[in-house]
Design a binder for this molecule. Sequence first.
Ligand code: HEC
Length: 199
Amino acid sequence: MANHALASVATRLGARGYGIWRAWLRAKGFGILFLARASGRTPPKVISSLPAEKVANDVAILKDKIPDQSHAMTDVDYHFSNLWFAAHANNWPLATFYWNESISHMKWAVRIIPVRKDAAGQEIKLGDILQAIENSPYMQIGKTIEAKDLAEFEKAYRFTLDGCYSCHKAADKPYLRPHIPERPASSMINFDPHADWPK
Ligand code: HEC
């Protein structure tokens, strides 16, 4: 907790509540160093010094809880598969949603592991590959959705699958070969833009 946050909690608690709260924090083993406690209504001044060891330990625990890259990619699989069916149902708002989700989950996957090594031990910057895919004139799926142009959408979708695969190959995973999905990944979402239930 940052110092100012501690001070503001203390202000809200008042002198008595603050004493109880401080005892509670001590009992919980927080390494808090209380410098001074002003009397009356003045908020007490507090600084915290969590031991570096504890912070490092907490960071390790949090890192352990972050989903791995494969998890983020499974989400891309889900969104990108649904995208194909949303477009074919002429449900362009839904297609826009799935395309945005596909992009944001690819970005997330890259944030999880930005650099991988190929078989030759060379560093591969995944962000650069994703950027190339985003900038490629052939892969402008977003524009084809805006134009509601199914034929162009299909072309851009196929080119993007090429892009997906180029990154899998670069990351030394050529066995992750995508294809046009046979069925939507979601059995829950209604792709029909004219559906009238639930209201
Ligand atoms: C920037 C690089 C990059 C791009 C672009 C990319 N992927 Fe991936 N993808 C990976 C990596 C790396 C893995 C392996 C992750 C692992 O092993 O933890 C992976 C794994 C996968 C998996 C397997 C997940 C699993 O665990 O079962 C699927 C499915 C997948 N990607 C789909 C796609 C699709 C679809 C696209 C394009 C719309 C795409 N990926 C674009 C890098 C990329």
